[in-house]
Design a protein around this ligand. Structure first.
Ligand code: AMP
Length: 588
């Protein structure tokens, strides 16, 4: 992208965000006039295209409601008029939050164009803040693909990231702009792929100006892998020979073209990696890195402390909010801290509606509003349009798109942080359907995140970082209790520090004190038993992700579930527990 293109991209963004209402109306009009005759919409609109009728007649749905129609397309019924007039060209395998069966989300030529437009505007914003990094160096992005599946109709289904990485346009620019050769990205064995991508990133360390992966968990996985394998990587660099266990022919060929004996480089990397603490290691290994590009918001915020530890001050940039259903939000302030990141929605991408989230204000014994909690969909209130959302309020996102999704629940909760021109900027709050509960109380992903964030501050002075957490509602005994799994890491290798049980108990208490009113009330009345933290050994969350990836999740798009529902996943965690701590007292 040339400099003037990037300026025109920024200008387009200003125009889009200024004329949001008009663009949204126009987009909905186009979607309805093209698709009113589809099997699905015809049921509700009888061929009409009126916006008001759309809102009164077309139901709000989730994936399960649309699945029968999607299955018909996947099974080979004429794909052109079931959900969308435009032919479906394939499916994205969406994980939403990880854990469940991937969903099949249709895409079309038009939605592919919209994604390309989104990417261009996103690049304009990045160029404004970081210059044209393509002119000064390469990106070390860790990218992984999942095998495509062919549906009975012959249409391909793949993770959206896989499709992007395998696309011919991407492949053409890959050698010039990225350190990972194509063969290492498409290698089906993720361990070999990771090893080789890190190897190529190290060899080209002087050229690397950006490091990333789609989600923060992916970047972190890369650095942990490096921590465990740097000696072997250095030995490969020293000898110019790749390890024997790299058997993938693509990876071997790519290595034979680039890998040459380089003892000086190997010694340099060995020196850096063998230091006592890995704090700031990224800056030392890749000194020209301008930023780490990866999604750090939502469930990913739990990884930021550890990533910041490795970064040594290099900014973490959470650039966009996108899902298989549509690329929707761009962070116009990429240098903002992960906890402050907001995404401005593009009004020409999909048609948005927002279901207000009911906030129950709970009074304490002195009748003062104690807290805002038990967030749930407000079924009685009509969804509002993009420009009508209110700052400070939370909403569940619905989208209507050219691909045949109508008033479709994405499953994400967003909070309005403000406006850019006439378009809202949203903060990602969490997934809608993640709820931890052992009685009638419900604790959302956001509630839990807030409480864990409070509690982990107690670990900082002891030299430990929380590197992963998840939760489980244990009802095997009565009353039931919350179990929070924590993986911890010492800031310095072998610092010899033991976990102090008193501090861990204080962490349990702090979580309870920071949870919502209903939880605390139930705890006091012994309807809920004391909260438990189970500390798991290092590598547990990686084993958990391996399990979900083996069940169909894409490594590039993997997100740790915030609440564990599957028995197998629970067994993985429980078999690695190294310490159990309980809250010693009822919460305040
Ligand atoms: P997938 O459909 O597998 O690509 O997953 C999309 C989901 O990932 C979204 O619905 C969100 O829950 C999550 N996600 C995507 N982008 C972000 C972001 N910037 N911050 C937090 N969560 C995100």
């Amino acid at each position: 992208m040339a400099a003037n293109d990037f300026e025109s991209g920024l200008k387009t963004l200003e125009e889009l965000t200024t004329n949001a209402q008009q663009i949204q109306d126009q987009l909905l009009g186009e979607i309805l006039s093209k698709n009113a005759g589809t099997v699905y919409l015809n049921r509700f609109l009888h061929g009409q295209t009126d916006k008001q009728l759309f809102k009164t007649n077309v139901p709000i749905v989730d994936y399960e409601d649309l699945k029968p129609y999607i299955d018909r397309i996947a099974n080979g019924e004429s794909s052109s008029d079931i959900l969308s007039a435009e032919p479906v060209t394939g499916f994205s395998l969406s994980t939403g939050t990880s854990g469940g069966q991937p969903k099949l989300i249709p895409f079309t030529a038009e939605s592919t164009n919209k994604t390309a437009m989104f990417n261009n505007l996103y690049r304009s914003v990045m160029m404004k803040h970081f210059g044209d990094i393509n002119q000064v160096g390469k990106r070390m992005e860790l990218m992984f693909v999942k095998p495509e599946v062919e549906t009975p109709s012959g249409l391909k289904a793949s993770a959206i990231s896989t499709r992007a990485f395998k696309g011919s346009g991407f492949r053409a620019v890959l050698p010039k702009l990225y350190t990972s050769p194509f063969e290492t990205i498409v290698c089906p064995d993720t361990k070999q792929s990771m090893y080789c991508q890190l190897l190529f990133g190290l060899i080209q360390r002087d050229e690397v100006v950006m490091i990333g992966s789609l989600f923060a968990s992916g970047v972190l996985r890369g650095f942990k892998f490096l921590e465990n394998n740097w000696q072997e990587l250095c030995s490969n660099i020293k000898t110019g020979q790749i390890s024997d266990w790299i058997t993938d022919s693509g990876c071997k060929n790519a290595a034979s073209l680039i890998l040459k004996p380089n003892p000086e480089l190997a010694d340099l990397i060995e020196n850096i990696c063998s230091c006592k603490s890995w704090e700031g290691i990224i800056r030392k290994l890749w000194p020209k890195t301008k930023y780490i590009g990866t999604v750090c918001t939502g469930a990913m915020i739990q990884y930021t402390a550890e990533l910041e530890f490795y970064c040594g001050g290099i900014p973490l940039v959470s650039g966009f909010y996108a899902c298989s259903e549509g690329a929707v939000g761009i962070n116009l302030e990429p240098l903002s801290k992960p906890s402050d990141v907001c995404y401005t929605f593009l009004p020409n991408s999909v048609y948005y509606e927002f279901v207000p989230i009911k906030e129950e204000r709970v009074a304490n014994s002195q009748n003062l509003v104690e807290s805002i909690e038990t967030k749930s969909r407000d079924e009685d209130t009509e969804p509002v349009e993009l420009v009508n959302v209110k700052p400070g309020h939370c909403y569940e996102l619905l989208i209507t798109s050219c691909t045949g999704l109508y008033r479709y629940r994405v499953g994400d909760i967003l909070m309005v942080a403000g406006f850019h021109n006439n378009t809202p900027r949203f903060r990602f709050v969490g997934r809608e359907n993640v709820a931890l509960g052992v009685d009638v109380e419900r604790t959302s992903e956001a509630d839990l995140l807030k409480a864990v964030t409070e509690a982990k501050t107690l670990l900082d002075p002891l030299g430990f970082i929380l590197t992963g957490y998840t939760s489980y509602g244990d009802t095997s005994s009565t009353p039931g209790h919350y179990v929070i799994f924590w993986e911890l890491k010492a800031k310095e290798c072998n610092n010899g520090k033991e976990l102090d049980p008193k501090v861990m108990e204080a962490c349990c208490s702090r979580i309870e004190d920071s949870l919502h009113f209903t939880y605390r009330m139930y705890r006091k009345e012994n309807i809920i038993a004391p909260l438990e933290i189970r500390v798991v050994k290092q590598g547990t969350f990686e084993a958990l992700s391996d399990y979900f990836i083996s069940r169909g999740a894409s490594l590039s798009q993997y997100k740790t579930p915030v609440c564990i529902k599957s028995k197998e996943a629970l067994e993985i965690l429980d078999s690695r527990v190294i310490g159990k701590f309980f809250s010693p007292k009822a919460p305040m």
